[in-house]
Design a protein. Sequence first.
Length: 775
Amino acid sequence: MSYKLVIVESPAKCQKIESYLGSGFKCIASYGHIQELPGIKNIEIDNNFHPNFQPLQSKSFQINKIRTMINKASEVLIATDDDREGEGIGWHLCEVFSLPLTTKRIIFHEITKNAIQRAVANPGRLNLDLIHAQQARQILDVLVGYKISPILWQHITRNSKTGLSAGRCQTPALRIVYDNQKDIDASPGKKVYNTTGYFTQLNLPFTLNHNFEIINFNSGTTTMEDFLEKSVEFDHIYSCSKPKSTTKNPPIPFTTSSLQQKASSELNISPKETMSICQTLYEAGLITYMRTDSTTFSVEFIEKASDFIKDKYGDPYLREDVNTLSERKAEKPKKGKKTKKEEENNAQEAHEAIRPTDVTLEKIADSYSPKERKMYNLIWSVTVESCMSPAKYLSIAAKIIAPMDKEYKHNEELAEFPGWKIVRGYDKENANYTFLLTIKNKSKVNYNKIIAKVSIKDLKSHYTEAKLVQLLEEKGIGRPSTFSSLIDKIQERGYVKKDNVTGKKIKCVDYELEKDELQEIEDEREFGNEKNKLVIQPLGVLVLDFLLQHFDKLFDYEYTKNMESSLDSISKGDKIWHELCKECSDDIDECSKDLKSVDKKIMRIDDKHVFMIGKYGPVIKKQEGEQTTFINCKKDLDMDKLERGEYELDQLIEKQNGKKVIGKYKKDDVLLKKGKFGNYIEWGVNKKSLNGIKKDIDEITMEDLIPIIENKVTLNTSIVREINNEISIRNGKYGHYIYYKTNKMTKPKFIKLGGFKGDYNTCPKQEIEEYVSKN
């Protein structure tokens, strides 16, 4: 019996789509792209940059399967994702399977019965302008990567395990972290006193509106001391403003970028993991498509959300202008005129904002992972809050005058109408607010205690992943859908590391005034401690220094932003795609014309030692006569200081509690130790003897250790072949079997291989995935 065939990108959608469309339809997945552009040789530069795509070898099994199903189908419907990449994949499907470009193209932004059936009833066609924009982006990425990366290899190393590369958007993303590090190095901050006075019978903290600067702790009496001494006899006069009405507006619906930022800062989930979790929720039909720049909702959803809010919270909680969130406001006017939204950079406006598909589903089942449940709760809460009334507060500002024309301040607020704040809870009462209003204005109040503590003002911080996402969006680098992969890539390359930062220890003299007794408290504290921040590595500094010296124009923020704008113009049919490719190619050639030969970057430490980048990161090369050895060194080096020759050799060799840190294997430090039976290494919970290595302990490098470590790992694992994060073939007591466990499963499933036809060691992974789905 013939059927209509729907082709999607992800196999997780197929079962739901088939159930929604009925027996006359079948659904199959492409598993993403089915063709690739392997390198610059596949681009005909002299023929308007014509790309010669090649089928992906890893997809050959799936390609054959799709071809078989197409041959049996009465009609094909392309249902790839509604973005540039999805449109590009749709074009490749037509190209590989000889389908006409007029093949029906259906679009949906949520996997629900109504959305799928509506999409099938209203098919469109592939958008050639979007396809040209996608292919232009792909060609630009290849041009930058394949023309510039080889020059990097000459200058630094081509043997790096992570593979050095320059990228059209990757390098400007790295530059943001690099520029921030330069600002951090140039801004040590100022030592100041933060002063807090504790007043009233409730012992409320009032903050002084001035930071006394510290010039020198040993310079005798400070201004801070003068202030505190004068405070003893000073008449502290209290005043409080009249209650003032203030409003707090509801949050804006989630775009890809804003969700990544919120999930990172509030849930501590990385942008990459956020997209993965949202993909799962989307494919389960729980949320709408997660790659979007839109902050609007459909009219249908707003009506349902409005009813839900009125039923659950009451009519006053529905915002009066809720219809301004409707996607109708973003409809295009007649040809020749452009809306403000169309003129904004990077505004795809192809979808709704990210929202739950069913607003009445407040929580999802416990079978989902804790992170999936947290992500859904966040999306549900912000969606509902965005449709609700502003929160109304009464606020007061209490002041107490202090010596030297300074004053203490303390603010309080009381919820008058909670509005959207009711969703996640709010403080219904505020005893401090009520109490401060009872104190008579211009009355004298006595301090209970005044504390002045040393702090560092204007101390710059390293960026979080959330902050980097925000800056990528502000600077117009890449698309929101690519932010997570950019952040992941600069870490994968070893340019940046998500790490904790140890602050600097500073000797402090704090003050505490109680009654008329002034006490000095000496203390040593660390300032500038940071957790889970993006820290540029020596390799990243070397790469950026070189690229900015020779290719500054290409990786300038404005240049990258303008290129994204040009890609937007191509997607709207306002610019010819290959003209942009030629502009970029010419710029690369212009920058590199004087770079016929590039010296390798080497920094001399002394007569025998130089700093360079080895296969596993920064190393010190020791040359004695004809003998060359390599010594591993610290990763957190100040490259400017190193280049100026200000390091001693001992300062460069990394140690941890007296143990030498050779490098990292996966996420664990590899420590070199000396025991009573000789040298050995330790990583994680593993240990391994080094008696087989006939080298001095200072000459052992990661290149010597990797074969030993990986042999250890192989001996300790039962995994024969890893198929994906959920499926692997393992060796058990009775032979090989399939181990299958998803995040939602409490226990793994063990599947026998007796019924599998083919060689499970070499067959395409999709065959094993299908075998698992049938068992």
